[in-house]
Design a protein around this ligand. Structure first.
Ligand code: SAH
Length: 506
C-alpha cells in the first residue's frame, strides 16, 4: 500500500480511539496517525510530523468538533511535562477508558471472553490499525467480569513520592538545564533545577508544583534545591558524567506525616553535608530521615546499590488500614495510599480467606499485601528480590505483632519452586509482579502447586493478559477483574484478577 500522507501535510481526521500511551488515533485513507492530545469522537486538523511504514505521528492543530469528554487540563505545565497523559480528559471518561483498556488486552492478548465488555468507542487501537474485534458480550457462556474502574473522589495531590531529576541552570535564566554548564562544568552563578524531563526527551525542566504530588513533597523538593544551590552543589551531567546531585527523592507518610529525603549522588562525598542536613531539618520539621544513595553508573536507573543515613532513621513509618509499615529508601511502596487500601482489600477479598489458609505472596515488597492477608489467613509466606525490602517486611510483621507471616529474599521463580520441594502447599497464591509480569518458571510452579485460588495484582494489562492465558491453558478460570485507578491523569492502569482452579487442564 502506498502511504497516503507526507511529512508537513495538513490533514483532517476523525479520532477513533486512544493508544495505551493516551495518543488519539486518526485514519487518513486507511493510514494510522497518532495525535497527542486528540480524543476519541473528535474531528481534528493535524500536521503530519513523521511517517513510518505502518503509521505516522501528527501534531494537533485544531479541533473541528470537540469531545464531550474534553476538559481544560488544570496543570500549567501539562503540555511540556511527560508525567500525565490524560489531564485533557474528564475523570469519569478516564475511568471508562481504563476499564476498556483492560478489556481490550484481556480479549486480544489473553483471548479471554469478557462479559458485558462492549467497547464504548474509547478503546485502545493497535498500531497496525486493528480495532477490538468484539469478542465481548453475550455470544456464549459466562465470561470474565470486568468491573467498573474504582476511581478516587479527589483525584489530585495523591502521590506520596516525588523523584526529581536534577540539572543546572544559570541563576538569571529560567527553565532548561543545559544553560548552567560551560564545557561540561557548572558555570559560575548557576543553580540547581529539577522537576521533570520534557515529554519524550532528557531535558530537565524546573518545576515548583505538581498537581498529582502531595504539597509537602513539592515543598521538600523546593527546599532541597534551594539549599543545595546556596551551598554550590553541582548537578550530575548525563553528557560528561560530571557533577554530583542526580535525583532528589522525597517520600511522605500520608497517615504518619513523616518525611524522608534521599539525595542520590554521583560520588560518595557531599561537600558541606552537615549544613545541607541542618538546612533541611530546619525547613522541614517533619523530616525523620535524610539519606544518601550513591549511584556512579551511567544509567537511567535512579538508585545505586549503596545507601547511607546522613541524619535520623533509616526508614520512615506509614500506615495502611491500621497496619504500620517501615519503608526504606529503595523499597517499593505504592505511591497512592488511598487507592492502595482499596486495591489490597480487593486482593484479600478475592483470596477468600477463612483463617486457616496457607498463602504465598510473591513479589511482596515490604510485606504490605502479606500483612493484610495474614490478618485473615493461617500462614503467609512472602518472597521479594530486594533484600532491604525483606528486612522491612520482617520488621513490619514484628511491628504489628503479626507472627504468622515469614519472608525470604530471592527471585520468586527460584524460591517458590524450592518451597514446593520443602512441602509448602498453598491454598492461595497472590502475585504482584513488576511491569514485565511473572516469570514463566513461576507460572509453571503455580500450575504444579495448583492452589484453589490465584490472585493476580497487575500494573500492566498486557502482561496480565499474557499470564492469564498461560494459567487458563493450565486449568485456571479467570472469574473477575477489578481495575483500580492508582494513577489518575496518567495512562497507567492497575488491576486485580481472581482465578480459580477449574479442575481440568487445557
Ligand atoms: N506487593 C508489593 C510490591 C509490588 S511491586 C506492594 O504492593 O507493595 C513488585 C515487587 O517485585 C518489587 O518490590 C520488586 O522489587 C519485586 N521483584 C521484581 N522482580 C522480582 C522477582 N523476579 N522475584 C521477586 N521479586 C521481584
Amino acid at each position: 500500500m502506498s502511504i497516503p500522507v507526507s511529512k508537513n501535510d495538513i490533514v483532517t481526521t476523525d479520532i477513533i480511539g486512544l493508544t495505551h500511551d493516551g495518543e488519539g488515533v486518526g485514519r487518513v485513507d486507511g493510514f494510522t496517525l497518532f495525535i497527542q492530545g486528540a480524543l476519541p469522537g473528535e474531528r481534528v486538523l493535524a500536521k503530519v510530523l513523521k511517517v513510518k511504514k505502518q503509521y505516522g505521528y501528527a501534531k494537533l492543530l485544531e479541533m473541528i468538533t470537540t469531545s464531550p469528554d474534553r476538559v481544560a487540563a488544570p496543570c500549567e505545565i501539562y503540555k511540556q511535562c511527560g508525567g500525565c497523559q490524560l489531564q485533557h480528559m474528564d475523570y469519569a471518561a478516564q475511568l471508562r477508558w481504563k476499564r476498556q483498556h483492560v478489556i481490550d488486552n484481556l480479549e486480544r492478548i489473553g483471548k479471554l471472553k469478557v462479559t458485558g465488555g462492549k467497547s464504548d468507542g474509547a478503546g485502545e487501537v493497535l498500531a497496525e490499525g486493528r480495532s477490538a474485534d468484539g469478542l465481548s458480550g453475550s455470544e456464549a457462556g459466562p465470561g470474565v467480569i470486568v468491573h467498573d474502574t474504582l476511581g478516587m473522589d479527589e483525584p489530585w495531590r495523591y502521590r506520596n513520592k516525588a523523584q526529581v531529576p536534577i540539572g543546572m541552570a544559570m541563576a538569571a535564566l529560567d527553565g532548561g538545564a543545559d544553560g548552567g554548564y560551560v564545557d561540561g562544568t557548572p558555570a559560575e552563578g548557576s543553580r540547581l533545577v529539577g522537576g521533570f524531563y520534557a515529554r519524550g526527551s532528557h531535558r530537565i525542566i524546573d518545576m515548583d508544583a505538581c498537581l498529582i504530588q502531595h504539597e509537602r513533597n513539592d515543598e521538600a523538593v523546593r527546599i532541597v534545591k534551594r539549599i543545595g544551590s546556596e551551598l554550590g552543589v553541582t548537578a550530575y551531567d548525563e553528557e560528561s558524567g560530571g557533577g554530583l546531585l542526580r535525583h532528589v527523592v522525597v517520600r511522605i507518610g500520608f497517615v504518619s506525616d513523616e518525611t524522608m529525603v534521599v539525595l542520590v549522588t554521583n560520588g560518595k562525598k557531599i561537600p558541606q553535608v552537615e549544613r545541607w542536613v541542618e538546612g533541611i531539618r530546619a525547613a522541614l520539621p517533619n523530616v525523620k530521615s535524610i539519606v544518601q544513595n550513591i549511584n556512579m553508573k551511567k544509567t537511567n536507573v535512579i538508585f545505586g546499590d549503596e545507601t547511607k543515613v546522613l541524619w535520623g532513621n533509616e526508614v520512615i513509618y506509614d500506615e495502611l488500614d491500621g497496619i504500620r509499615f517501615a519503608i526504606s529508601a529503595r523499597s517499593f511502596y505504592q505511591v497512592n495510599p488511598a487507592q492502595t487500601v482499596a486495591l489490597y482489600r480487593k486482593a484479600v477479598e478475592y483470596a477468600g480467606l477463612t483463617g486457616k489458609e496457607t498463602v504465598i505472596d510473591a513479589y511482596c515488597g515490604i510485606g504490605t499485601i502479606s500483612l493484610f492477608l495474614a490478618r485473615q489467613a493461617g500462614q503467609v509466606y512472602g518472597v521479594e528480590i530486594v533484600p532491604e525490602a525483606i528486612e522491612d517486611a520482617k520488621r513490619n510483621a514484628v511491628l504489628n505483632g503479626i507472627d504468622n507471616a515469614s519472608f525470604e529474599a530471592g527471585l520468586a521463580e527460584v524460591v517458590i519452586p524450592r518451597w514446593r520441594e520443602e512441602g509448602i502447599v498453598p491454598d492461595v497464591i497472590v502475585v504482584d509482579p513488576p511491569r514485565k509480569g511473572c516469570d514463566q518458571a513461576l507460572l509453571d510452579t503455580i500450575l504444579k502447586m495448583r492452589p484453589e485460588r490465584v490472585v493476580y495484582v497487575s500494573c500492566n494489562p498486557s502482561t496480565l493478559a499474557r499470564d492469564l492465558r498461560v494459567l487458563e491453558d493450565g486449568g485456571y478460570r479467570t472469574v473477575e477483574v477489578q481495575p483500580v485507578d492508582m494513577f489518575p491523569h496518567t495512562v497507567h492502569v492497575e488491576s486485580v484478577a481472581l482465578l480459580v482452579w477449574n479442575g481440568t487442564e487445557g
